[in-house]
Design a protein around this ligand. Structure first.
Ligand code: ATP
Length: 596
């Protein structure tokens, strides 16, 4: 049966010449297979013209002339033509798939590479699932554009043109009738198609709502929330409503399709009926042969299907342009924190960090850091303290160049971070945070992430220094044990010590440390403190400090409030001053602790 469907073009989209040129640039490096594919389409559409001509010969010559040899040859031709055409089709399908997968492979890699170079800002601002959808669905859609849109367009256009040429050569008056019936297909296709398209986009919206409800509620955090608040019945009801809306819309959509099909079946029989009527008169009058009428009607099938499919072509092209635009949007993302063109190389960094009148804002018109100036000299420990939201984390982001300052500069060994190669920067600086990310891989692979060529002795030393060696030895497969999302579940403290071992391996000059606020028991906490001792030794460090021992050890304490450094000095000085530090100190530790 013919496949008719009319879809609405994406709204407000105007493809430009630039769009087409750029899409062609991506598809055209594969010009050789394109030419081969086009050749295949041409040959198969010509082969498709043969069987009706053979039918005409059977009816007009072989049967009346009782020539069984000719009959045999003609029938063999009727089988042979589609067979060859089918074989070519298989080969063409291979070519099309290889070509489109090649284009997708390039696009995926380019997009992934681009995303890897994006800044932290990009990832904090993007909706979850958005990136996945672009790489999976949009790039995945390219296959459809190549094998669906482009190949169908060429096939349908060639089939329609070649069929029309043959029809008009056979009998131009019958051909006019055949073409006259075409609007009967096209008009209802458009009308009913519009209705289906509206229903379909509503269904998509409802489906998306249903999916997001599933994602929200059937996850660890969602489950905990609904379970602990006893909200399961309520969630069940909410889901039923959403699923019900999807059901109703899909029933309506399917019924619109049914009515549509009924009309099409009717129109599909009108064409042949008219040909038999007028052709019949002509045959009676002896002007054309019976074989011609039968061949003619057989050709109609080849004409109506592809002609109706061409009604949709502009929609397909617009959808393809929209798809490529979404892909290009990602490929064109500016790289905010970019590698410098000619980076300054540091041979033996001393590890001096300076902030020089640094201003930084996450959003336009609102500063999160204001005029921050300080120096962490080689080997010194600088502690950051201050109320929640003061900008401590933000300051550490700037020290690792996760963001660039809006004004002022951050330097490492006197060189602006923006002039250092990002690779170098990450080699010389390392960060240990409260949340530790482990990949789903073995303990060893997780450790080697910091130093791929580490020797077994180095690995062991790092693990011992980080107080994690014993834990690893007791794991089911030692260093080869899988950890991470679906692997062996290490405790929070163990994970953190593993992260410390990773940093020990890396041996940075500058260490950025976000001390754990709570959540660890005292033994675990003590182990971490022990693990940190060798790590901090001889290195410059910037620590978001929550522990008294750290604060007491610091060479410089920076007290931050609302993005500014409001006090600075060592513990005793700051305490004596009786300002914000003294107040914070009282709240957190109480004077009694100090005096003991
Ligand atoms: P805490 O001790 O609670 O972790 P903090 O001193 O580390 O706080 P920051 O995380 O640096 O504070 O945040 C400073 C301010 O910047 C806060 O007001 C916060 O809301 C804001 N902020 C942080 N990240 C972003 C972001 N990605 N976009 C916009 N604003 C942000």
């Amino acid at each position: 049966m013919y496949h008719f469907e009319y879809r609405e073009a994406p709204k407000g989209l105007r493809p430009t010449r630039g769009d087409f040129a750029r899409i062609a640039r991506y598809l055209l490096p594969a010009w050789r297979p394109s030419v081969l594919i086009l050749g295949c389409i041409l040959v198969t559409s010509l082969l498709g013209l043969i069987p009706p001509l053979l039918i005409r010969e059977i009816i007009d010559r072989a049967i009346p002339e009782q020539d069984s040899a000719l009959l045999g040859w003609l029938v063999a031709g009727m089988i042979g033509a589609p067979l060859i055409s089918g074989l070519i089709g298989v080969w063409m399908n291979y070519l099309v798939t290889v070509m489109s997968q090649g284009v997708m492979f390039d696009l995926r890699n380019e997009m992934y590479g681009k995303l890897l170079r994006q800044s932290l800002r990009f990832f904090t601002n993007i909706k979850s699932g958005e990136i996945l959808s672009r790489i999976q669905n949009d790039v995945g859609g390219v296959q459809g554009v190549v094998s669906g849109t482009l190949v169908s367009l060429a096939t349908n256009a060639l089939v329609v043109v070649t069929t029309l040429v043959v029809l008009f050569r056979m009998d131009w008056r019958l051909s006019l009738i055949a073409v006259g019936v075409l609007p009967l297909f096209i008009l209802p296709t458009r009308r009913v198609g519009q209705i289906r398209s509206r229903l379909s986009s509503q269904t998509q919206e409802r489906l998306a709502e249903m999916t997001s409800t599933i994602q929200e509620t059937l996850s660890v955090s969602g489950f905990l929330l609904s379970r602990l608040f006893g909200a399961q019945a309520h969630e069940g009801k909410r889901f039923r409503e959403k699923a019900g809306a999807v059901r109703d819309l899909q029933i309506r959509q399917s019924m619109a399709g049914r009515w549509f099909l009924m009309w099409l079946l009717m129109f599909a029989s009108i064409g042949p009926a008219l040909i038999y009527l007028f052709g019949g008169y002509e045959t009676i009058a002896g002007r054309i042969t019976v074989g011609t009428i039968v061949a003619f009607v057989t050709y109609l099938g080849r004409l109506y299907g592809p002609a109706s499919a061409l009604v949709n072509v502009h929609v397909d092209i617009m959808s393809a342009v929209a798809l490529f635009r979404r892909i290009f949007e990602y490929l064109d993302l500016p790289v905010e924190v970019a590698d410098p063109q000619n980076p300054v190389r540091l041979t033996r960094p001393r590890g001096e960090l300076r902030f020089e009148d640094v201003w930084m804002g996450y959003e336009e018109g609102r500063w999160t850091l204001e005029g921050v100036t300080f120096a962490a000299l080689p080997g010194e420990m600088v502690a950051l303290v201050g109320p929640s939201g003061a900008g401590k984390t933000t300051l550490t982001y700037l020290a690792s160049r996760l963001y660039d300052p809006g004004r002022g500069r951050v330097t490492f060994d006197g060189v602006d971070l923006r002039a250092l190669a990002l690779d170098d920067l990450s080699r010389y600086t390392a960060k240990v945070t409260q949340e530790t990310t482990l990949f789903h891989a073995s303990v060893e692979e997780n450790l080697r992430y910091a130093k791929p060529d580490a020797t077994p002795a180095e690995l062991e030393r790092a693990c011992r220094l980080a107080q994690i060696q014993e834990v690893i030895e007791n794991l089911p497969q030692g260093l080869a044990t899988l950890v991470g999302e679906r692997g062996y579940k290490l405790s929070g403290g163990e994970k953190q010590r593993l992260a410390i071992a990773r940093v020990v391996l890396r041996d940075p000059r500058l260490l950025i440390l976000d001390e754990a606020t709570s959540s660890l028991d005292s033994r675990s906490e003590a182990l971490i403190q022990q693990a940190l001792v060798p790590l901090l030794e001889g290195r410059t460090s910037l620590v978001i400090a929550h522990r008294l021992s750290t604060i007491l050890r610091a060479d410089l304490i920076l007290v931050m409030d609302r993005g500014r450094i409001v006090e600075r000095g060592v513990h005793a000085e700051l305490l004596a001053r009786g300002g914000l530090y003294a107040r914070l100190y009282d709240q957190q530790f109480g004077r009694a602790v100090v005096s003991t």
